[in-house]
Ligand binder design. Sequence first.
Ligand SMILES: *Cc1c(COP(=O)(O)O)cnc(C)c1O
Length: 340
Amino acid sequence: MKQRVEDLDWKNLGFKYRDLPYRYEAKYKDGEWQEGKLTEDSSMTFSEGAEVLHYGQEVFEGLKAYRRKDGKINLFRPDQNAHRFTLSAKRLAMPPFPEDRFVDAVKQVVKANEEFVPPYDSGATLYLRPLMVGTTKVLGVEAASEYTFRVFAVPVGAYIKGLNPADYVVSEYDRAAYAGTGQAKTAGNYASSLLPTVEAHKNGFADSLYLDPREHKYIDEFGGANFYGITQEGQFVTPKSQSILVSITKRSLLEVAKWQGLNPVERQITLEEAFNMKEAGAMGTAAVISPVGSITYEGKKHVIYSETETGPVTKKLYNELVDIQYGNKKGPEGWVQTLD
Ligand SMILES: *Cc1c(COP(=O)(O)O)cnc(C)c1O
């Protein structure tokens, strides 16, 4: 059933799928991307033999549309999502979707569903989910020759309400192999993190924190967000690793940290070092920053800043980036695209 806008409570949207009026779809066949269009059909149809169902040939993205104070709508660095989508597709042996068409498709979907972009001040946003799947009927392992690209939208609430610290647990599992698909935004990485996530939730944790898969010594990232810490010296540090998905929120916060004088650096961070950070957080589009209240490792809980309060450096980073996303502050050239 289609979502009706009058049935939405902007303050209590949660983060769940809703069937909005319009989505964009384009198909790849005979070696090229066909013309795409908006459609009202929320179902995708393909054979039981479709590549994606057997060998997981899928990549996706996640970005948001923000309602500004003046009523207009902002997109935050959609070109970065388009480019990462290309890199993910290449790793999965898929034909990249043209980056300008990716951004255009996102804009079309936002405009077609404009009444579903939540009001400024609700803390809610319109989440965009571009994705691509291999649809060729296969049995032997080979890359598909036909693909479907889609962008749908869902209004979502503030992912974790406010800046409330959460408890995390170091996982005994790996999310991605060292030279595996960790740098691609692909369903398979989430498939391997589902069981650890279920177990973490069952034990009262917000998410798992993964270590590097080679030595299990350095911090990699959370299931769907990158890690940062503020050292005792006040430096912003975030892991450098082969097996993490480089977050656009992280890339942006590295810039913000620079002009806030936090001397940011990407380098390996041991677990021991993480326990001694002044502050720490999880970075991703969904929550922007989710402060790390504690990290539990081998049954021992290490409180980072506080389990109930958010640290001052984290607050300042968060406020600066959110102000740029909503257009309250001017960010660097090209970060924000206002729809006309
Ligand atoms: C999407 C994602 C992130 C966050 O990236 P953003 O571009 O900031 O949204 C981090 N880690 C993983 C594994 C992800 O899939």
